[in-house]
Design a protein around this ligand. Structure first.
Ligand code: SAH
Length: 454
């Protein structure tokens, strides 16, 4: 059949892509339609046509899917932060479950029954404990904050975001009224002029502590005392206010230098019973409640014994290993970013954990080095970035011959690829548990337990 751009065709949505767009068929060809739901019957206008597939948008929705729900955000279509506000949570979880199951069975060669039911979140909104909002000037000369539209630097202004901690909405309102009252200018990236680049907010849920960080194209902030006063008056949980200096022409949000304007320059949160210090530049899990669920699952898989050695590779600020430390004799963490390693060491000290050591190195290099030093961990936890592990790392881990490998993954595709490499080294998957850390988005985490075949 001939496809024609801008022509309208009738179709039914039967599946989703990994990016969460609906998939329909027109005479056997796939058409991808964002913001649709399985079961939608619609006339779709083709916007981009390739040989075997096309992209389209809904022209007329004849029969809405029973999985649809009312979209409760006015900027859902423009902002790109959420993919799934238009379908119910059960359907979103079904999408994530299927995505993990299909990927692990097709690419990873896993038996489907090893993939357990996804662990959903109790709360789909208000879970993000960190927000980095670009600041810009609107047509009326007022400072606004928002999100960048997908693949662009156009700021979509917002006054309220459902995914964020509710306290952030009040913080951004106060911040903007300060900026507009005292005419502190938003930064303009085309002319590299103006001051205010990003409003960066962090909230420690368990301890009710708020950090407001202003990322500025300046070494000092005019009217900073007034900002602190206004925030203090409106927000009883305000704990610290920080100025982060970023005078570079760059897309990177934060600069290297921070000046504390109020409080101690950091907040402290509690995770799995331990305390973690969060400064503007330190890494912390975005969804604290689900991070506890994820770490608890990882600990169950690890099944640690008091005499054992645990190796936590890609350890970040040490959170996974430290929350398991009381169960083992020795903990070794490996992380490539020096500042994260410093944070991990301090986190260990502040929680009075003396059996932990942290190595600042590439995970593969460190694993190979530990192996030559004769260190034989009983269990290895891996939590790599999206690109997964390289095969040199998997070889080095296999040489250390741990009984159990717990792989915490944020990308099912690279996880599936890595499971195959582990299989070549004699490791079999015992179970895979998908976990929803980021409701309303397409992201899905997964905890996998592999054991060494005897
Ligand atoms: N386990 C931590 C952090 C996981 S994020 C937590 O749960 O909080 C992945 C981490 O891997 C990041 O901190 C990143 O800096 C680190 N990393 C990336 N490449 C690495 C490499 N080649 N070697 C060691 N660490 C690496």
């Amino acid at each position: 059949m001939e496809w024609k751009k801008n022509e309208v065709y009738e179709t039914e949505i039967i599946d989703y892509t990994t990016e969460g767009a609906g998939v329909g068929k027109i005479n056997g060809m796939a058409v991808f339609v964002p913001s649709t739901a399985i079961g939608d019957k619609a006339d779709v206008k083709l916007l981009k046509v390739a040989k075997n597939y096309a992209y389209g948008k809904i022209e007329t929705l004849h029969t809405p899917s029973p999985h649809r729900q009312t979209v409760d955000c006015p900027i859902f279509d423009q902002c790109g932060g959420c993919t799934f506000r238009h379908i119910d949570y059960a359907s979103e979880l079904a999408f994530k479950q299927k995505r993990v199951r299909d990927t692990l069975t097709r690419i990873g060669g896993l038996a489907a029954d090893l993939v357990q039911p996804i662990v959903g979140a109790a709360q789909c909104d208000g879970y993000r404990n960190k927000a980095q909002l670009p600041i810009t000037m609107d047509k009326n000369g007022q400072a606004v904050v928002g999100f960048f539209a997908p693949r662009s630097h156009r700021v979509i202004p917002l006054t309220h975001c459902h995914l964020q901690m509710p306290v952030f909405n009040e913080a951004l309102r106060v911040f903007l009224s300060w900026a507009n009252r005292y005419h502190v200018m938003p930064y303009d990236e085309t002319t590299h002029s103006g001051i205010l680049r990003h409003l960066y907010l962090r909230y420690a849920e368990k301890t009710d502590q708020l950090m407001v960080c202003v990322v500025a194209n300046a070494h000092q902030l005019r009217k900073d005392k007034q900002l602190v006063e206004m925030l203090q008056q409106a927000l009883p949980c305000l704990t610290t206010v920080v100025l982060n200096v970023n005078t570079e022409k760059t897309n990177v949000i934060t600069g290297k230098t921070c000046h504390t304007l109020y409080g101690q320059g950091y907040i402290t949160d509690e995770l799995c019973g331990l305390h973690f210090r969060l400064s503007p530049l330190s890494f912390y899990q975005i969804n604290r409640t689900q991070a506890e669920v994820l770490y608890t699952l990882a600990a169950e898989c690890a099944d640690l014994q008091p005499h054992e050695t645990l190796l936590d590779l890609y350890c970040g600020t040490g959170t996974i290993g430290l929350t398991m430390a009381e169960k083992v004799a020795r903990l070794i963490g490996v992380e490539i970013i020096p500042q994260a390693v410093e944070d991990a060491r301090r986190n260990a000290a502040e929680n009075h954990i003396t059996k932990a050591e942290f190595i600042c190195a590439d995970a593969s290099a460190a694993a190979a080095q530990l192996q030559t030093r004769g260190i034989r961990p009983d269990c290895v936890v891996l939590d790599p970035p999206r690109k997964g592990c390289d095969s040199a790392l998997i070889t080095a881990v296999a040489k250390m011959a741990p009984q159990r490998v717990v792989y915490v993954s944020c990308d099912p595709a690279t996880l599936a690829r890595d499971i195959r490499v582990f299989a070549d080294h004699g490791y079999t998957v015992k179970k895979a548990v998908p976990v929803d850390m980021f409701p309303r988005t397409t992201h899905v985490e997964c905890v996998v337990l592999m054991t060494k075949c005897e």
